[in-house]
Design a protein around this ligand. Structure first.
Ligand code: GLU
Length: 274
């Protein structure tokens, strides 16, 4: 069973990442994927530190490592396919437009989904014919999504089409500034890497129906999913990317061995003092 650890090199590798990698490694043959589509935030030194600290932790993975920044053409091909199916439409709304439309008196309180305020559908009627538009966000028309099923931690899960439309809606699959999105890249790459089981933090569990929907539309297999608990500080707050105090580097500097750190994580997901 192939599993994956898919860090974004946008901050120091911290204890939460280490736990995610251990969960992936425990569950199968772990491959590594660098999720660096956000080129404004990805940094080469963070990526180098990922390799260094994972090796220190005793983890191994096959080479070459997949890097999302090298796969923009593959994401474009997937978008072309969905565009040809008529399930995408261009959207030029900004955050404020969306909030205002979603807050109109007749709409009641704006509902939020995995990606924030549920899109009120302002641009849904924009033409879907001709060449796929560039330099604009593309949204998935949620009415193209059918009933979804997948497995979470070995149990059958389902979401019906109507609930998807109401609670998730027309999510962005290509961001204007990126030409792709987390959702699209992850789905295309999980299939390309033959991932049988996706292990990742429970903060990403609510994105799973979006991923299953995209797999269905693109004709890709749906892997099994397992969302693991998150590492938290003693106050119960989950570790943030900026939280240098819980970086693997800081534990190493303080003299922790990899063995002690891994044993500690297996015992408890409360981050110790470095
Ligand atoms: N790149 C994401 C992160 O660093 C993880 C994505 C995933 O596992 O699906 O949080």
């Amino acid at each position: 069973m192939i599993t994956r650890f898919a860090p974004s090199p946008t901050g120091p590798l911290h204890l939460g990442h280490a736990w995610a990698a251990i969960c992936a490694d425990d569950a199968g043959d772990m491959v590594l994927r660098i999720e660096d589509i956000d080129q404004s935030r990805a940094r080469a030194d963070h990526e180098a530190a990922i390799y260094e600290h994972l090796s220190w932790l005793g983890l191994t993975w096959p080479e070459p490592v997949m890097r999302q920044s090298e796969r923009m053409e593959t994401y474009a091909a997937a978008l072309d396919r969905m565009w040809a199916m008529g399930v995408l439409y261009p959207c030029s709304c900004n955050r404020r437009d969306i909030l205002e439309a979603a807050s109109a008196p007749q709409e009641g309180a704006p509902l939020t989904g995995p990606d924030g305020v549920i899109y009120p559908g302002t641009c849904r009627g924009v033409s879907r014919t001709g060449a796929r538009p560039q330099g604009v966000a593309l949204r998935l028309d949620a009415s193209a999504v059918g009933n979804l099923t997948w497995t979470e931690a070995g149990a059958a899960w389902a979401l019906d089409a109507e609930t998807f439309r109401r609670t998730i809606g027309d999510v962005v699959v290509a961001r204007r500034d990126m030409g792709t999105s987390y959702h699209l890249a992850v789905v295309v790459d999980d299939a390309a890497q033959d991932i049988g089981l996706v292990t990742r933090g429970e903060d990403l569990a609510e994105a799973t129906p979006i991923h299953v929907a995209l797999q269905g539309l693109l004709g890709l297999p749906t892997p099994a999913y397992r969302h693991h608990d998150l590492v938290r500080d003693a106050d119960g707050k989950r570790l943030a990317k900026r939280d240098d105090a819980r970086s693997i580097a800081s534990y190493r500097d303080a003299g922790w061995t990899a063995q002690a750190l891994v044993a500690r994580l297996r015992e408890s997901r409360v981050a110790p003092e470095a």
